[in-house]
Design a protein around this ligand. Structure first.
Ligand SMILES: [Zn+2]
Length: 78
């Protein structure tokens, strides 16, 4: 069924938030595995969900606003 997404929990305060109201912060993590022959390091992105108040507290909204402003500027330039 579509339209009903499972809730996510805020990774800061642990509150359960509906996914459409959660703020997603995507961050890159580097893994490195040190083995005898192969030394592999690779990047992965991890999605971290925050509730709105925690997102505000951490300044994630500012980041999003910056991105939006950049997009708007790009649109105006065209
Ligand atoms: Zn929270």
């Amino acid at each position: 069924m579509r339209g009903r997404e499972p809730p996510v929990s805020c990774s800061s305060c642990g509150r359960t938030v509906p996914r459409n109201k959660a703020v997603v912060d995507e961050r890159a993590i580097r893994f490195s595995t040190e083995q005898k022959e192969a030394e592999v390091s690779y990047f992965s992105t991890r999605k971290v969900y925050y509730c709105i108040s925690c997102a505000k507290h951490r300044g994630i909204f500012q980041k999003k606003a910056e991105q939006a402003a950049r997009m708007a500027a790009r649109r105006q330039g065209m």
